[in-house]
Design a protein around this ligand. Structure first.
Ligand SMILES: NC(=O)c1ccc[n+]([C@@H]2O[C@H](COP(=O)([O-])OP(=O)(O)OC[C@H]3O[C@@H](n4cnc5c(N)ncnc54)[C@H](OP(=O)(O)O)[C@@H]3O)[C@@H](O)[C@H]2O)c1
Length: 283
């Protein structure tokens, strides 16, 4: 049986390149995509890049609490056992946009969705030495979570909001490492580099400048490499709770090492996502 790897947002950008590399390595790759048509096109294309590749599609959205639960259910049905879970899907919003829960979109997609999937898919992370990889961003250093404002986008900023969601991932990393330890599951986080994708694309003059600058950035395949490294490299066996800047393990800035804030974010995410009601209160 092939090991199963889930890649959220695997239809384009870095996630697609990750899916191609894992499928090429002979893994069964399951893409979680919000758009069924784009997802199916990507699935076919990725499957075509490697002979005998096994690539599957699960359609699901990560931008609202109910939708994330539905996506988790669909992933559980498709994957009774998960070897690798890659939280890649992400948004860099150019303006404040709130979802049906009243929550700011990137707070949900970038922070609450991995938080919820880590809980809801934990029973499926039963493969021997299963690994979770959180794709974050070096920009986390510009983040500043404000518990009463950030979830609702009241402190929205063109850079700050994105950076804050990525900082939330890192603040919670040690807690998830502890949470998973008893199950033999590891979790590490990675900044993939500055990569030429559609992330943060915008219209207007700034959009034109950004598109021109992006030509100089690295390819999605280059961005995928450090992610696949965390997902697969035998040398990292047992390593958990670490942050990698590209291929290099790197200490986190003090701003990301704040257990008191992490505890508050954890409790808040559980409350906002309704997980407190369905999970044992075991952290
Ligand atoms: N590019 C960089 O320089 C860079 C640097 C640091 C970190 N990162 C991180 O790398 C990851 C991948 O980014 P990328 O650059 O490859 O961006 P991208 O090309 O914009 O791809 C983002 C992916 O996330 C998916 N996604 C967005 N919202 C979603 C939702 N509500 N539900 C399900 N899927 C959703 C997108 O699906 P659709 O196609 O349907 O929109 C797409 O597949 C992100 O976490 C990003 O923050 C990127």
């Amino acid at each position: 049986v092939r090991p199963t790897a889930i890649v959220t947002g695997g239809n384009r950008g870095i996630g697609r390149a990750v899916a191609e590399q894992l499928a090429g390595d002979g893994l069964r790759v399951v893409l979680l995509c919000r758009d069924g048509h784009a997802g199916e096109q990507a699935r076919t294309a990725i499957a075509g890049t490697a002979p005998g590749a096994q690539v599957e599609l699960v359609v699901g959205r990560l931008d609202a609490i109910g939708a994330i639960r539905t996506a988790a259910d669909a992933l559980r049905d498709a994957c009774p056992q998960i070897d690798i879970l890659i939280h890649n899907a992400g948004v860099w919003p150019t303006r404040r946009l709130c979802n049906e829960d009243g929550l700011e979109q990137s707070f949900v997609v970038n922070h609450l969705a991995p938080f919820m999937l880590n809980h809801l898919l934990a029973p499926q992370l039963t493969a021997d030495r299963a690994r979770v990889v959180q794709v974050t961003a070096g920009l986390y250093v510009k983040g500043h979570p404000r518990l009463t404002a950030t979830p609702y986008g009241h402190d929205f900023g063109a850079i700050g909001t994105y950076a804050t969601t990525k900082l939330c991932n890192l603040l919670l990393l040690p807690r998830f490492a502890a949470h998973f330890r008893a199950r033999g599951v590891t979790i590490n986080a990675v900044h993939p580099g500055v990569i030429r994708t559609g992330l943060g694309d915008r219209t207007g003059p700034l959009g034109l400048v950004l598109r021109a600058v992006k030509r100089l950035w690295k390819s999605p395949a280059e961005g995928a490499r450090p992610i696949v490294h965390l997902a697969r490299d035998p040398a990292l066996e047992g390593r958990s709770g670490a942050y990698f800047d590209g291929p290099r393990e790197t200490p986190l800035a003090p701003i990301a090492r704040d257990p008191a804030l992490a505890a508050q974010l954890w409790d808040q995410a559980r409350a906002l996502s309704g997980l407190s009601a369905i999970l044992r209160d075991d952290g």
